[in-house]
Ligand binder design. Sequence first.
Ligand code: AMP
Length: 376
Amino acid sequence: MMTFQELNISEPILRALAEKAYETPTPIQEKAIPVALRGKDLLGTAQTGTGKTAAFAIPIIQQLARQGVSGKRREITALVLTPTRELAAQIGDCFQDYARHTGVRHTVIFGGVKQKSQTDALARGVDVLVATPGRLNDLMNQGFIRLDNVRHFVLDEADRMLDMGFIADIKRLLPKLPKEKQTLFFSATMPPAIADLARTILRNPVKVEVTPVASVVDTIEQHLYLVEKEQKKELLISLLKREREKSVLVFSRTKHGADRIARILTRAGIGSEAIHGDKSQGARERALANFKSGKTRVMIATDIAARGIDIVDLPLVINYDLPDVPETYVHRIGRTGRAGNAGTALTFCSREEQVMMRDIQKLTGKKLRPVTLEAR
Ligand code: AMP
């Protein structure tokens, strides 16, 4: 497996990634970061949940830090366009996290809120601007934003931009950007209108694609348990007692939840360990080694901590709760059923979580019939 060091990421960023408990690059990061660091244009087919934000944010931060950002008057040198305010905020958080030791400064602008704090931040000077198209146009028309110094341009979720009717805005914006720049173009899908747009914007792009996450699922047997929140621990204990010899990975959305599940299982006499970002690197590595060797039968992990887990023969994954984004479900269950092995994924879904389960089934295109508890 590749490391971030091997991607030639600079020390201040490596330190920030370690603090985020990122252990290894995701496939899109492995492919996109070296290309972007060379200053090339990039056409990336990747969905949210693949780690694509870091795939463009890291090389941009590194290139800006190399050009030297401290001291001089800051001008917008990188522009990231994204369709929704949620995405804009998330991307802003990523820049915040990854750039914290570099001195690279960013701000986020989007519509639906007053513009004053946004224009104040712009007036103080930023290196990176993350924006939704509407508010960007708005503030440009009012003279708050100049883009003539942009050297790096990211178009994020282009297909969603199309769905949301932003393509005209983007076409209007393009002539206002300098010709000489690097463009990183990301889309989950490539319908003809998006492929055309990419062709007009990009210069000799390197194409990078990660398999759409939703396709993993077919090889994995999925079962859905509709249970009340309070019933989950009983159900987990009884399932684990039944499946005696198997290695089981249990997912928890929160660190706190992971610790609580571990305590409940220990009390029930089931050997388990929790791993998450609050544990030291050493503790996580030890837990992982114990799990891989079979010494610990049950591992409870948060989504972030589980990124580094790659076990070929993992027969069973249990979703103790549902993740916030549907794509994460696909990543979770993709831990099992690797390399042609059989895999089973069980999901505990409470009444409050049924909306999320609906979104998941829409993403995977697979309708699950709930297992009735009495019939087991
Ligand atoms: P994205 O696809 O950019 O929305 O990222 C999905 C999630 O994965 C975010 O919560 C990131 O913080 C997280 N993430 C991105 N890259 C890594 C990595 N290399 N290791 C662990 N987590 C990551």
